[in-house]
Design a binder for this molecule. Structure first.
Ligand code: ADP
Length: 176
């Protein structure tokens, strides 16, 4: 599933975020201590090698919604943005924190004048966000930010399972 929004191409693919060699920056769904973990965080740290967690831990702690950037070490990308998504709950700040992850990651990518960035489904794994809501927030926030984007031309959502791919693809197709 792919859409062009202004100058920006947004796509949803099924795959592994550690294998996106044509993308400048990949985004990690990290924890507040930036100390490595399971899920996508574990996969990114395994692929990047032990230097990544040393670099990210030096920038910890961060709060839900915040993002920091490090080198990508053995990954085939230039940089890794480490975001902390919110743990899902009914608290009103939760959707705002999830949107802030995507906005802050894009701002860091723009600072590096990157052309492309790949996101996983932040908060949609262990942190329990319902897939349709996580997809809608992700896609809408990226599309809004596209109006201000200067360097970024390509945003790829890399979804690890069919149900997450379906939820994000539907959100992208519903974008007006
Ligand atoms: P969170 O704690 O923010 O919920 P998780 O890592 O538990 O983060 O899950 C976020 C999403 O990343 C889930 O949809 C999970 O299936 C997915 N995921 C796990 N491994 C990978 C990977 N290698 N590439 C892309 N997505 C992945």
């Amino acid at each position: 599933m792919q859409r062009q929004i202004g100058e920006l191409v947004i796509e949803c693919v099924h795959g592994d975020i550690t294998r996106q060699a044509d993308i400048d920056i990949i985004v990690n769904a990290a924890n507040k201590q930036l100390k490595g973990g399971g899920g996508v965080d574990g996969a990114i740290n395994r692929a990047a090698g032990p230097e990544l967690v040393k670099a990210s831990r030096a920038l910890a702690p961060i709060e839900a919604g915040q993002a920091v950037i490090t080198e990508a070490f053995e990954l085939p990308n230039d940089w890794v943005v480490h975001c902390v998504g919110p743990v899902y709950s009914q608290k009103p700040e939760v959707p705002k924190q999830l949107a802030a992850c995507y906005r802050n990651a894009l701002a860091l990518a723009e600072d590096k004048q990157a052309g492309s960035i790949a996101f996983p489904a932040i908060s949609a794994g262990i942190y329990g966000y319902p897939l349709d809501e996580a997809g809608a927030i992700a896609v809408q926030t990226v599309a809004e930010r596209a109006r201000e984007a200067v360097s970024i031309e390509h945003v790829r959502f890399v979804l690890f399972s069919e149900d997450v791919l379906a939820a994000f693809s539907e959100a992208l197709s519903e974008l007006s």
